[in-house]
Design a protein around this ligand. Structure first.
Ligand code: SF4
Length: 371
């Protein structure tokens, strides 16, 4: 049983679709960037986050083993209390079963857990446009220190009974992802699927061994959904022939600076700036739609970055730093880049420089053609 199903078991005998309280319906659970139970309250979404009690952080309600808090509307406290009441009966057994199944193998210095999942596609929205995210891996052995996936994925790890480990040293491999995806494409018929950079890079080194991103792409290539890919790794070039057969594909590379010494400081295990430009050129040469994502803004000359991106990307998404996460000491060497104002100014300057070169800018999570 995967963690998502175990999260739902905390509320047993309640099932998805049942009411927890009058007017409060359980709609699902997620175990990617954190552990979450999803509810609908009078037509509005309300999420309850489930965290281990020993982990510091906010708490609306505590049980003997868990800390619960919520995002969403003002009914959150009432819902958290009702969740806690049910979780108190089930949490000991659920956590014991998770700990009993907590086994990892070592592959090239990475701690890897091969897991089976029952669900893969996660619903998401950008403004009024709905799409689904897809993660064949959860966790990332590239391990950028500012990565904002790390706190949520570390929580999944703790709740699963695994030992603490540094970000970048572990990943879950969802070995049955392609078959689950094939089933969900039939059931859900998603119109847009985005490989989710919030929890992993689809082309991290483990992909060469497991080829799950490739297998998922092969499944998607049979359907009609628009597909978005984003990476910081050269392994995407292994799949150029497949990507070129997908007419509704947007393939992108993160390029947060033109200065490779800055890139190496913040993202030491990712592809170099030059390699990333070459990736985009190779994708473009295969007639694949390309984009670049600049997030966060890292120090380096803006005009040079704009020139570089205009040369190899059909469109660009720009987004600022969302917290330093594990990169506090890295930013000591580039103090200006940790400031909100510097991030905003740099983003505006880059947007102007790209507009001057005729490059479309993404305003949100999706390319302008899909908004
Ligand atoms: S490559 Fe992406 S998912 Fe992986 S650590 Fe870096 S930012 Fe996070």
């Amino acid at each position: 049983m995967d963690l998502r199903d175990q999260l739902l078991r905390l509320l047993s005998p309640l099932r998805v679709g049942d009411e927890l309280l009058p007017g409060v319906r359980l709609t699902g659970a997620s175990d990617e960037a954190g552990c979450r139970l999803d509810f609908e309250v009078d037509g509005k979404r309300l999420d309850v986050e489930v965290a281990p009690l020993e982990e510091p952080g906010p708490a609306a309600v505590k049980t003997a083993r868990l800390r619960l808090y919520y995002h969403g509307n003002g009914d959150g406290m009432r819902v958290c209390r009702a969740v806690a009441e049910r979780a108190r009966e089930n949490e000991a057994q659920v956590l014991a079963e998770l700990a009993a199944g907590a086994r990892e193998i070592e592959i090239d210095d990475a701690r890897v857990r091969e897991v089976q999942v029952t669900r893969l596609l996660q619903p998401a929205a950008a403004g009024s446009v709905r799409y689904h995210t897809l993660s064949p891996y959860v966790g990332c052995v590239i391990g950028c220190r500012f990565c904002y996936a790390q706190a949520g994925v570390a929580r999944v790890r703790r709740l699963s009974g695994l030992k603490e480990a540094p970000w970048g040293s572990y990943a879950d491999v969802r070995v049955n992802a392609p078959s689950v995806l094939a089933r969900e494409l039939e059931e859900i018929r998603p119109s847009i699927v985005k490989f989710c950079p919030l929890v992993s890079d689809p082309y991290q080194a483990l992909e060469r061994r497991y080829r799950l991103t490739r297998a998922c792409l092969e499944v998607l290539a049979q359907g009609t959904a628009a597909v978005l890919l984003l990476t910081r790794a050269q392994q995407i070039l292994d799949d150029v022939a497949l990507l070129a057969r997908m007419p509704r594909l947007w393939a992108g590379v993160s390029i947060p600076t033109s200065d490779d010494s800055v890139r190496a400081h913040f993202e030491p295990r990712a592809a170099s700036v030059g390699e990333r430009v070459e990736i985009l050129r190779a994708l473009r040469a295969a007639n694949i739609r390309t984009h670049a994502v600049v997030q966060p803004l890292l120090p380096g000359p803006v005009e040079e970055l704009a020139e570089m991106l205009a040369d190899c990307a059909d469109s660009v998404r720009i987004d600022v730093l969302h917290g330093e996460h594990g990169a506090g000491r890295d930013f000591d060497a580039h103090r200006e880049a940790r400031g909100d104002e510097w991030q905003r100014n740099q983003a505006e300057a880059l947007a102007s420089a790209l507009k001057a070169r005729g490059i479309p800018i993404w305003r949100d999570e999706l390319p302008p053609e899909l908004e």
